[in-house]
Design a protein around this ligand. Sequence first.
Ligand code: TYD
Ligand code: MG
Length: 458
Amino acid sequence: MAKPQFRYVCQACGSVQPKWMGQCPDCGEWNTLQQEAAAAVTPFAQKHSLKAGGRVLELQPLDAVIELPKRIATGFGELDRALGGGLVPGSAVLIGGDPGIGKSTLLLQAAGRMARAGHGVAYVSGEEAADQVRLRARRLGLADAPVMLAAATSVRDILTTLSAGTPPALVVIDSIQTMHSDQLEGAPGTVSQVRAASLELISWAKLTGSAVILVGHVTKDGQIAGPRVLEHMVDAVLYFEGEGRHQYRVLRAVKNRFGGTDEIGVFAMEADGLAEVLNPSSLFLTQRENAVPGAVVFPALEGTRPVLVELQALTVRLPSGATPRRAVVGWDGSRLAMLLAVLEARAGLGFGSSEVYLNVAGGLRVVDPAADLAVAAALVSALLDSPVPQDCLAFGEIALSGEVRPTTHAALRLKEAEKLGFRQALAPPATKGVGKLQVSPVASVAALVDRIKRSHPV
Ligand code: TYD
Ligand code: MG
């Protein structure tokens, strides 16, 4: 009898190794290699002569007539937006996020709304018992929605059940890490199981035209456990994120074969489930009477949508000798370190003996590089204890030379700001004002410091 063959699969990155190792040579994680039975695969060319077997495919031109399947509205405009304009029949979507962020809630609500609109919807929970899901549905006011519910983990059972009737328009699998394919040995949640179960569900979706949404848990370092391979298999990957203690949740598209990425949908978690936030700018801005030092509004661009957020900086002078802390919430820590260095080197501002805290109000995570100038303005304003006027916002990229660089879609950002009552913008030179909003060009960090000093003499 042939000796059983084993291979070792990294549970973090999915790489395959011939022998066990303590550290994965590909991603560097420790203790992530797990033994799995290797499937014996004979290369095609060895097994068959190329003349025999195989079906002749009909090769087609690129410009053939395309019949696009009609997208289905999920009942959540914000979810449709993140999906690129609704759910594509036959597509597979992965929704990742931290435990407790609201993935199940979002999908149960979408399922309920779609079912009420007359679409067939199946919700399969591998994590909660049917009664638990029912209880949640009742709390969400969806108890009467005609969603077909199952608590199951066997992919074969699920697909057999779903194939028995008309395939539903949407199948929600909550979560893919609990699913088990009997084509393969191994516990649910391992890379091979996640891959095999997803493959079966996705192939079934393509075959029947049902859309499948897979829920995926995220590991501590922010990747969908069991892992990247899954991102390659699906048509769209959305991340549901938010600061745990904030009410706001952002659904962010990071991959989309049927639409743009970097689109976001914004939700608020309320007592009766997730509510859409149609004007996110109003939510991330703090209402206050007077301008305070360290607070600067930044018109972030999330996909095609401008969202105004308030950046807050605080500096605290320390007795000499103490090591100052730098803490940042909602922005990139190394980018902050870089800006502090640029401000020191190019504008002579010393943060060396001060603790520096930076916070993005409302729990949004800002990734837009145009935030540099707004962050710098907040830092300078905090350090000099000189507020930036409340009707003034800032955006622009800062280079290591201290120079302020133009950014994309300046007009789009300014239009949103004008609508919300802003009248001045600190922006890269050559940016044009919009309506009542005037631009104060800022060419460098030195000019920025100058301006903030000048507008509010200390
Ligand atoms: P859940 O959807 O279970 O998260 P996930 O599936 O991503 O793990 O969300 C659970 C959290 O949402 C829980 O902490 C309670 C909160 N929640 C509300 O605040 N309001 C609600 O109506 C519901 C259903 C949940
Ligand atoms: Mg859940």
